[in-house]
Design a protein around this ligand. Structure first.
Ligand code: PEP
Length: 247
């Protein structure tokens, strides 16, 4: 049985004062039925870990470099993120694929680095609106999946997040049938590549405009094991109903 996961991606939002949102989640869910992960900006990883003080909420990062150390000004390695207290790292988010021109090969290298450091890699995939309208969604997902996920992936260290680019921050969401088609496809591809035992253990998250009002309907969809949530994860009062919808 896969444990459900509610993961929040704070992107470039959050100052020290906002740690109160993480503390509130931690206090409200002392023994949650689902896993709860917040990926704040990197500056908040250490104080966020201190704020949860061994509680149930886990802290993750939003990106990592593919190398463990070196002359890479401004970058952070997976080893450093683990050292700071992170348990997971998002890789291949569409905002990184677009704005930083990260390829699926880059995402695979970063995922491998995350695995080597002992972090769970949350590997993001998703089609653009033009690709969906051209009926290319499954081809795009197949390509991104096969290249972005490294051979080091096992159920315990890998989460796949299906995030259609056109749904992120837009208020638009695919229909449940569209989400189900992609999630079932991802599960089948993972099974072919990694075998049933590992593939059945890997969690598949949906991401893109998940809100308190649509979470329950999305979580009914087959092979949806949780959500990667942007805007609605910033405030505990918005994220809590999403967490509760996963139960
Ligand atoms: C995201 O950033 O991964 C995301 C899904 O954002 P939002 O929930 O705001 O659409």
């Amino acid at each position: 049985m896969r444990r459900k996961l509610a993961a929040g991606n704070w992107k470039m939002h959050g100052l020290l004062a906002d740690l109160s949102q993480i503390s509130a989640l931690n206090a409200d869910h002392p023994d949650p039925a689902t896993d709860i992960l917040i990926c704040p900006p990197t500056t908040l990883i250490v104080p966020a870990c201190a704020a949860i003080n061994g509680g149930a909420v886990q802290i993750g990062a939003q990106d990592c470099h593919a190398r463990a150390s070196g002359a890479f000004t401004g970058d952070l390695s997976a080893v450093m993120l683990k050292d700071a207290g992170a348990t997971a790292v998002i890789v291949g988010h569409s905002e990184r694929r677009d704005a930083h021109e990260e390829s699926s090969e880059d995402v695979r290298a970063k995922s491998k680095a995350a695995h080597a450091a002992g972090l769970t890699a949350i590997i993001c995939l998703g089609e653009s609106l033009a690709q969906r309208e051209a009926a290319n969604t499954l081809d795009i997902i197949a390509g991104q999946l096969s290249i972005s996920v490294p051979d080091t992936a096992v159920a315990a260290n890998t989460v796949i997040a299906y995030e259609p680019c056109w749904a992120i921050g837009s208020g638009l969401t695919p229909t449940p049938a569209q989400i189900g088609e992609v999630h079932d496809f991802i599960r089948a591809r993972l099974t072919t590549r990694f075998g049933e035992a590992e593939a059945n253990g890997m969690r598949l998250l949906y991401g893109g405009s998940v809100k308190p009002g649509n979470a329950a309907e999305i979580f009914e969809v087959s092979n949806v094991d949780g959500a990667l949530v942007g805007g609605a994860s910033l405030k505990a009062e918005d994220f809590t109903p999403i967490i509760n919808a996963l139960k």
